[in-house]
Design a binder for this molecule. Structure first.
Ligand code: AKB
Length: 348
């Protein structure tokens, strides 16, 4: 009899850190964590097994699925937007091929166990694409079905994986009889930029938000790579984890779609700098615009409409802009650096 477990890929990444900790705190230690690099020591006690594995190593993944029955899969492993532009082909392999392999294994498992495996997928605002800052400005809050013309490899990959997930959820092996039995329960969230007190991202393009704050807290100067008026939706990590777990536990009948926007607040880079300087008055923030990264954020929406998530599964963030900084980010970041705790720099 196989053990029932939750599978988390990309376990060492930003979302992985907080998601694993939260699931463990809720009393579930049956987590199988997967990552390319060795698991961060602080996460080891939260998992029943850590497996160092490349998401493209299909044979290894098949073996893993032989040992466990995964009730839910949180597929977090991916190469973020800035890094993906540096090696688009590799990004396409990891982001799309890696997801396709995992979806296929989830479908096979569903067939064997006669239990619809839940596949929870973090997508991104990168699936949207506006040709100019003016078009972005005019669009206002963007719904899930609007402006789906991404300009980055990462955005294209995320959109492709949403479609793959929808395929495995509803149409997989159209020509097979009894195809119903193969279908997985695919659910995706389009995340805005994420800010954590515990980890600092690398390889993304919304990274200027968290980088600015963490640099200031450590007394380091920061050169923001986007214009002061640049606006993106953001969310703090506890709300990101809350959204994943709430969507995972929502009854299937209440979900009218497979892919949902979620958001909390959408400050300009200048507003983020002001809040940071108020919290850390010696902060030394300047602007040194990176033209290509500016094009990427200019193509992403300034705000997104998350009313479908609010309606269907009761989504509501715990932190607005003020609460995010005053109740979570500033106190926790301040304490961590004062106690000499090193913040974990993660790839994605
Ligand atoms: C990135 O900047 O690539 C990510 C994202 C917005 O998905 N943080």
């Amino acid at each position: 009899m196989k053990q029932d477990c939750i599978l988390i890929t990309g376990a060492n990444g930003e979302i992985g850190h907080s998601l694993i900790t939260k699931i463990y705190e809720q009393g579930n230690g049956n987590i199988v964590a997967l990552d390319l690099s060795p698991l961060d020591s602080c996460l080891a006690e939260c998992c029943c097994e850590f497996i160092q594995c490349n998401i493209l190593d299909e044979a290894h993944l098949v073996e893993i699925f032989q040992d466990y029955h995964f009730t839910s899969i949180f597929h977090l492993a991916s190469i973020l937007s800035t890094r993906a532009e540096m090696n688009p082909l590799q990004a396409q392999k990891v982001n799309v091929q890696g997801t396709a392999i995992l979806l296929e294994l989830a479908a096979q498992q569903t067939l064997q166990m006669q239990y619809e495996t839940k596949f929870i997928y973090p997508s991104s605002i990168a699936v949207y694409g506006f040709p100019t800052p003016e078009a972005k400005q005019q669009a206002g809050k963007v719904r899930e079905d609007q402006a789906l013309s991404p300009v980055t490899m990462y955005g294209i990959n995320k959109l492709a994986c949403e479609n793959l997930g929808a395929y495995y959820g509803a149409h997989y092996r159209l020509l097979n009889e009894g195809k119903q039995a193969h279908h997985i329960d695919f659910r995706a969230i389009r995340f805005p930029g994420l800010i954590s007190a515990i980890t600092v991202p690398t390889g993304g393009t919304s990274d200027y938000g968290p980088e600015m704050l963490h640099h200031a807290a450590q007394g380091l100067p920061y050169n923001c790579f986007v214009r002061p008026d640049t606006r993106l939706p953001f969310m703090v990590m506890p709300d990101a984890v809350k959204s994943l777990l709430t969507l995972e536990s929502a009854p299937r009948e209440s979900l009218s779609q497979l892919i949902y926007n979620v958001t909390s607040f959408n400050p300009s880079a200048e507003q983020l700098a002001e809040i940071t300087i108020n919290a850390f008055p010696s902060a030394n923030i300047h602007y040194s615009i990176h033209p290509a990264r500016q094009i990427i954020v200019d193509s992403w929406p300034g705000d997104i409409d998350d009313s479908a998530a609010r309606r269907d599964w009761g989504w509501t963030p715990d932190f607005d802009l003020e609460q995010a900084f005053q109740q979570y980010l500033i106190p926790q970041i301040h304490n961590r650096y004062h106690q000499g705790v090193t913040t974990v720099k993660v790839q994605e």
